[in-house]
Design a protein around this ligand. Structure first.
Ligand code: ZN
Length: 145
């Protein structure tokens, strides 16, 4: 079952430049910067109540986020829902005919297990399902701060 909006992802060219807006204009605090090697992105998280804002900066030209920036420029990249049973929610999406970008959960930022649903089957929104525990069933732990 989905529990809440976990975070909203924003594609940016540079975390160093974009964080100034979130810190100086919105007054938020960066809780950590990490890297997800598999997705070729650097991430920065800003907590806001029960939800986080996630800035995504590509670390390579062939990063999916780099391709997004080339096509659409900076902006909202994805929305992520926290699931208390990722395998089951993913299976329901599959049964309903959803196109899964990740048929199985993969490692995401902050030690979470994540899986993306393709925007073509979610009415245009890149949708991430995530859970607090990693793909190997290990407890979530903080990445590089
Ligand atoms: Zn995300």
């Amino acid at each position: 079952m989905l529990k809440k909006i976990d975070h909203i992802g924003f594609a940016v060219h540079s975390i160093a430049e974009a964080r100034v807006f979130y810190e100086q204009v919105l007054g938020l605090t960066c809780e950590g910067i990490g890297e997800v090697a598999a997705q070729k992105v650097r991430t920065a998280f800003f907590r806001l109540g029960e939800t986080c804002l996630e800035l995504l900066e590509p670390t390579a030209p062939d990063s999916p986020v780099a391709r997004f920036l080339d096509k659409r420029g900076e902006g909202i990249h994805h929305i992520a829902y926290l699931s208390d049973d990722l395998e089951r929610d993913l299976e329901r999406a599959r049964q309903q005919g959803c196109t899964l970008i990740n048929p199985e959960p993969v490692a995401g930022a902050g030690g979470k297990a994540i899986a993306f649903l393709h925007p073509r089957s979610t009415h245009g929104v890149l949708t991430e399902l995530c859970s607090e525990t990693g793909p190997a069933g290990k407890e979530a732990k903080e990445e590089i701060l």
